[in-house]
Design a protein around this ligand. Sequence first.
Ligand SMILES: [Zn+2]
Length: 302
Amino acid sequence: MRIGPVLLSLLLLTGSAELAGCGRGAERGAERGEAGPRVLPMRAPAAHRFGTRAHFDTGVLRMRLAGIQPRWPGPRMPVAPPPRQVDCERLKCVALTFDDGPGEQTDKVLDVLAAHHARATFFMLGEMITEGTREFVRRMVSEGHELGNHSWDHASLAGLSPEALKRELGRTQDIVRQVAGVRMSVMRPPYGATNHEVAAVTKQEGLAQILWAVDTLDWRDRNASVVAKRCGDAKPGDIVLMHDIHPTTVQALPHLLDALDHKGFTYVTVSELLGRLVPGKEYLSRPPTDRGLQAKEARPGS
Ligand SMILES: [Zn+2]
């Protein structure tokens, strides 16, 4: 008959111990002979251990949970604008491409492109997609840019075994899918280094190899006006190579877009420029179509 009050007392005691929290902990710590200030936050070590920024980052948590439990809802994916029908046969199209990011400068590159209603293609390194840059990747998608695979860590793919090659491309495909929900269909081999093996693996992986027709050499010549001038020399149908990790390229961008605007260019993604892509195949610029060739042949003196 006296069990009820005993249980109640026990519950009250437990509750008060719980409420006392740190204070009690400190006493227990003191009993173990630990020195004053060091024992104070009895619960703090646990909070400290698990309370890192990464632990409380909801995006990271969601991704980790999604990794453990595939049906767990992942981070909210960006929504791409509807596909455009751009007739590059008739319009002066140019495909601006940015390699080696996403980096600190990428946000600024996106701002300048947005101001010119320009769409571009970003060939990204998987290792550059971090907590600090993944929002830029999502922004690329929601603003209509194309995402491309530039390997995980800029390895020269032509020197790798097929397994290592698949890993370089596969890891980047995976992180881009996790972060932006996009399956890329274009890749650019670092240094433009490609061979039969790279062609075979990219074909298996469903990736077309995108090289370039205009090299701004912005990685070498960190001079905005030189970069702007080289890009301004682009011809219709060209793919232009730049890097969104150099401040000088970001400085050059408004000027080169002004120059190309003046010449009446339309800025398109690589897929918009090239149309239907063949996995494994190399592209440097928009290949002339039959219709384009006929028009060219019909023109006297060309
Ligand atoms: Zn590169």
